[in-house]
Structure formats: structure tokens, C-alpha cells
Design a protein around this ligand. Structure first.
Ligand code: PLP
Length: 379
């Protein structure tokens, strides 16, 4: 099997699993307990917080553990608008993950106003459009760092600057970036940032929200006083330890690793383009996640291709994993104005540093062969 769907999820690193295991058994204590075992677990959580903070150049007390990217996104938006005294206004984009888009839909039902910025053909947000959309009552701007379908990386530092000039807080969903490429919250100049462990070698069901010191947002999960009273609920201790370990591992040589994946990406893209006429790359060529390829093959239905690739042992996807099975066309591909043929033919290939040159050659062969067969049947 050749796994090329790392934007959907990644394998948990064996080193991460080893770090987690004792926290199910010997160290099963509740971090809020005051006796020794509780203290040990509390200490382990504080180490994980440092590991995560180091990965994104934050301070440990700016890291809040959550159940994943989805909860972090919900919290950032809800926390920014709940309790404000005017009619809230949120600015986001048309290409966000559903964790943002559906939270915005829920906010609209509660009476909030939401502006969904369009994007250009390469998926980039036009900074002028953001500037024009900000109003005196705008509470938050939330723009993803990189898109999970087409891989476009947004000019976050510039967009955050525009929000800050009007005194508006800025959140970014960086789930596709953290652990896969260098991310620095100070360079990006963001107030909040979401990430998820299972997108970079950690376990599923755990992630974090970075909240810059001094940013005042409401809690979203109510209950006990855990995590400084800002996120209630007994911590997912093994998950948090796993997230910390994954962050530690991801931080090692992150520049070199992301460059290496980028090289694999470009090799595969070139091989596919060479062998398959009628291939177009969707998203930006230049501002692109190091591990993302999104291509359309004219006249080829992506679902058909996907099933055939699966039979050859190759795992890729048509877009967001969450949308798979739902026959709805991708909102992202619509937003970048792809015609129906290209939209129906788009597949997403997302690599990891575990992929080899040998796999790249093999996959290019298999794709070329399967596209030829599909075209032979329909043309
Ligand atoms: C995967 C993903 C999420 C959701 O994260 P979970 O941890 O699976 O809830 C949110 N945003 C983006 C961009 C993603 O790729």
C-alpha cells in the first residue's frame, strides 16, 4: 500500500505511541489530584505544553489543549463573539475547513453577521478585500494558514496586520501547517492559532488552541477549573503527552524535512505532468504546502480514478476526507472557479517524509496507466 493522504490523517509515530503508553497504566492519575501521582501527571502535561510552545515559538502559558482542530476552531470563533454587546461581525473566507464554515453558519443562526471573503483563482485572499470588509463592529478575522484541499498558503502576516490596524483580533486555522513546515506565531503576528496532533504524527482527538497572552476570549467548554479555568474537563493525558512528543519530533530539522517533502512533491508533479496529457495543477504553484498536490485530469472523473487507484494499493483523496461520500462538489474548487470538468476530475495527493523516491515513481506509473484506461473507455 502507498499512503498519500496525509492531509486527512497521518500514522501515529511509534515513538509517540511509546511516550503515551505509561499514561494509560502506571501514570493513570488525574492531573488535578494533589498527591504524588497527580503531580507527576501535571508535570508531564507542563512538559508537553513546552514542547508544543517551542514548535510554534509561543510561551507555554499560551497553549490550551483541546479535542482537536475542530474544537480549537469552534472555540476561537465562539470565544470571540459570545457576550459582545453589539451585533457581532466575523470575517472569514469561502475556502475554510468546515470546522470554521459550519461554526460561522451556527453563528449566523444566532444573529451574528459573517462575511465570507472570495479568493483568487490560485486560492489566495486579496488583502484589499479584507481591508474593505472590516467594519467598526468586526470582532474577529479568521483565515486559514493553508488550505487542506488545494494547499494554497495565505499571506497570514500581511492579513493579520490589516486586522490589527483596525484593532481586530486575528485567528488562523494552521492545522495543515503545524508540524509539517516552520510556523512561528510571532512572525505570523496572529492572536490565535488552531492545530491538530493527528495531522503531524500524533494521535487523533487531541489538538490545541494558541491564545496570545492578553487576548480576551470567552471559554467555550464549561465545567471545572482545568487549564487556568479556560478549558474545562479532565485533560486527555495520553493524548496530550502524544501531542507533545509529536511536536518534539516534528521540530527536529523541520526546515530540512519540509524541503525534502517539497522535493518529492515536485518530482511527482513533474512525472505526472510528463506522462499524463491534460493535467492541470489546482491552487498556487508558488505559495503551496510542501506536501500537497491537487491535480485535475481532463475528461476523467475523480471518483472513478480514486477507486481504481485504491485497487492498485494507492490511497489518495478527492478533497476533504470529511466531505468524502457526500456527493456535494467541493466548496473550495467552486471558490477558485474551476469549470465542472476540472472540478469533477480533481484529486488530492498529500505526501509525508515517510514516502520514498521509489513510491513516487511507482505512483506516477499507476496514475498514468489508470488515467489512460479511463480515457480509453470514455473517448
Ligand atoms: C483536519 C483539519 C481540521 C480538523 O481537525 P480535527 O483534529 O480532525 O478535528 C480543521 N482544519 C483543517 C484545515 C484541517 O485540515
Amino acid at each position: 500500500m502507498i499512503y498519500l493522504d496525509n492531509a486527512a490523517t497521518t500514522m501515529t509515530d511509534p515513538e509517540v505511541v511509546r511516550a503515551m503508553l505509561p499514561y494509560f497504566t502506571e501514570n493513570f492519575g488525574n492531573p488535578s489530584s494533589v498527591y504524588g501521582m497527580g503531580n507527576d501527571v501535571r508535570h508531564a502535561i507542563s512538559i508537553a505544553k513546552e514542547q508544543v510552545a517551542r514548535l510554534i515559538n509561543a510561551r507555554p502559558n499560551e497553549i490550551y489543549f483541546t479535542s482537536g482542530g475542530t474544537e480549537s476552531d469552534n472555540w476561537a470563533l465562539m470565544g470571540a463573539v459570545l457576550g459582545v454587546k453589539h451585533r457581532p461581525h466575523v470575517i472569514t473566507t469561502q475556502i475554510e475547513h468546515h470546522a470554521i464554515l459550519n461554526t460561522c453558519k451556527a453563528l449566523e443562526k444566532m444573529g451574528c453577521e459573517v462575511t465570507y471573503l472570495p479568493v483568487m483563482r490560485d486560492g489566495l485572499v486579496d488583502p484589499d478585500k479584507l481591508r474593505k470588509a472590516i467594519k467598526p463592529e468586526t470582532d474577529i478575522v479568521s483565515i486559514m494558514m493553508a488550505n487542506n484541499e488545494i494547499g494554497t498558503i495565505e499571506p497570514i502576516a500581511e492579513l493579520a496586520q490589516i486586522a490589527h490596524e483596525s484593532g481586530v483580533i486575528f485567528h488562523t486555522d494552521a492545522v495543515q501547517c503545524v508540524g509539517n513546515m516552520p510556523v512561528d506565531v510571532n512572525e505570523l503576528n496572529v492572536d490565535m492559532l488552531s492545530a491538530s496532533a493527528h495531522k503531524f504524527g500524533g494521535p487523533k482527538g487531541v489538538g490545541f488552541l494558541y491564545i496570545r497572552n492578553g487576548i480576551d476570549i470567552r471559554s467555550y467548554i464549561y465545567g471545572g477549573a482545568q487549564q487556568n479555568g479556560r478549558r474545562a474537563g479532565t485533560e486527555n493525558v495520553p493524548g496530550i503527552i502524544g501531542l507533545g512528543a509529536a511536536a518534539e519530533i516534528a521540530g527536529r530539522n523541520i526546515d530540512m524535512r519540509s524541503k525534502h517533502i517539497e522535493t518529492l512533491r515536485d518530482m511527482l508533479l513533474n512525472e505526472i505532468k510528463d506522462r499524463v496529457p491534460g493535467t492541470t495543477l489546482n491552487g498556487s504553484r508558488k505559495y503551496r504546502l510542501p506536501n500537497n498536490i491537487n491535480v485535475s485530469f481532463s475528461g476523467v472523473d475523480a471518483q472513478t480514478l480514486l477507486v481504481r487507484l485504491d485497487m492498485q494499493g494507492v490511497c489518495v483523496s478527492t478533497g476533504a476526507a470529511c466531505a468524502a461520500g457526500a456527493a456535494e462538489p467541493s466548496h473550495v474548487l467552486k471558490a477558485i472557479n474551476l469549470n465542472t470538468d476540472k472540478r469533477n476530475g480533481a484529486i488530492r495527493i498529500s505526501l509525508s517524509d515517510k514516502n520514498t523516491m521509489g513510491e513516487i515513481d511507482k505512483v506516477a506509473d499507476i496514475i498514468a496507466q489508470q488515467v489512460d484506461m479511463i480515457r480509453g473507455m470514455t473517448w
